[in-house]
Design a protein. Structure first.
Length: 271
């Protein structure tokens, strides 16, 4: 019998299954924040692959335009909207323009965030405000903008993106953990208030997702070993895994799912 070596990460990526098909997502009007790179770029590709009409917001112009080019064969080519989500006037204007063009918004994915490391002693009031604006505040105001049309049509889905980090009490980024913990409370509050209008709100909680940014900045071989040791499943979570869960939660297959947190972390309990 010939022994076979374990597949490399690249081989595993090539062997990823095809996304499940959700016919009800076709032609849905989808807005994704932070869609130019990382998990956001996979969300854009995944929803476009379902035939959805996708608008995505970001400030990374070059990466966003490159992403649009890769989706030229989609039923609806995704639309890039340059928007600094910390500028609430720009945020409001961007959503108003999208709603005018699309006639409404069916699905909002609040994905944008930044996990730059920081220590307690270096936090100033200005840095606190800036980190909350980057990681928390825009999720509420994007939802506020989107639900106006959702209420009129008596239907909608909002997915807010949290993080496993605060569940693990990760070190070196206390403001990021604070914001990500608050997002779960925000989702529950919105789900309760918007439920009578048939608007579902959930939190997607990714684990240690392999993205180009994470691999470049944080996921050294030692860190990867620590992550795998803390997970129930000995495989890294990929951007595809997060997008697959998001497609399900946005679809009618999840029509009775609201006000909850859905983890895609390979069962990571720390190490």
């Amino acid at each position: 019998m010939t022994a076979h070596a374990d597949p490399t990460p690249a081989e595993r990526e090539r062997a990823l299954p095809v996304y499940a098909s959700y016919p009800d997502l076709r032609d849905k009007r989808v807005v994704i924040t932070g869609g130019g790179s990382g998990i956001g770029s996979e969300l854009v590709a995944a929803f476009a692959g379902q035939g959805a009409r996708v608008w995505f917001l970001d400030i990374a112009d070059a990466a966003a335009q490159a992403l649009v080019a890769t989706q030229a064969g989609s039923v609806h080519v995704p639309r890039f909207v340059h928007c600094d989500l910390t500028d609430l006037d720009a945020l409001a204007a961007s959503f108003a323009a999208i709603e005018q063009e699309a006639g409404g918004i069916d699905i909002l994915l609040n994905n944008a965030a930044n996990d730059d490391r920081h220590g307690i002693d270096g936090v100033t009031p200005a840095y606190w405000d800036e980190r909350m604006a980057v990681n928390l505040r825009h999720q509420f105001f994007c939802a506020q903008a989107a639900v106006r049309g959702m209420r009129r049509q008596k239907a909608g889905v909002i997915l807010n993106f949290g993080s496993i980090s605060w569940h693990l009490a990760s070190n070196g980024m206390p403001l990021y953990l604070t914001a990500k913990a608050a997002i779960e409370g925000l989702s529950r509050a919105l789900a309760r208030d918007l439920g009578p209008d048939n608007i579902r709100v959930n939190t997607v909680v990714p684990g240690a997702v392999r993205t180009p940014r994470q691999d470049t900045l944080w996921h050294s071989p030692a860190e990867e070993a620590r992550i795998l040791a803390g997970q129930c499943l000995p495989e890294r979570v990929g951007m595809w895994d997060v997008a697959a869960l998001s497609l399900f939660l946005a679809s009618n297959n999840a029509r009775r799912c609201s006000g909850r947190e859905y983890f895609v972390d390979a069962g990571w309990y720390g190490a």
